[in-house]
Ligand binder design. Sequence first.
Ligand code: ZN
Length: 110
Amino acid sequence: MEQVQDVGCVFCEIVADRVAVSVVFQDTLTMVFVDLRQFHPGHTLVIPRRHLRDVRELNDSTGAALMATISRVTRAVGAAFPNEGLSLWHSFGNTSNRTTFPCDDGLDTR
Ligand SMILES: [Zn+2]
């Protein structure tokens, strides 16, 4: 069963507009914002608005919306920032020492 929000999840706080971020794009199912760490110029995070732990919990409509948003934002980042390529990654489980494990896809230039 999908969770709408997860206590302590910063992405849920962002979706609820309780944490300020620079929003790049949003629709009814997805949201894209600038990652403040900016490992490389154009580093953005794409998330579903509903709290999911990872891609295994996606339903068909959210999965389709997430992929459409990733495609749209990838074209924009690729056009806006000098690069020799782009990287898109999706982490599963506790790979970043976070206390919650929200679903997100990171987009970065190389
Ligand atoms: Zn969340």
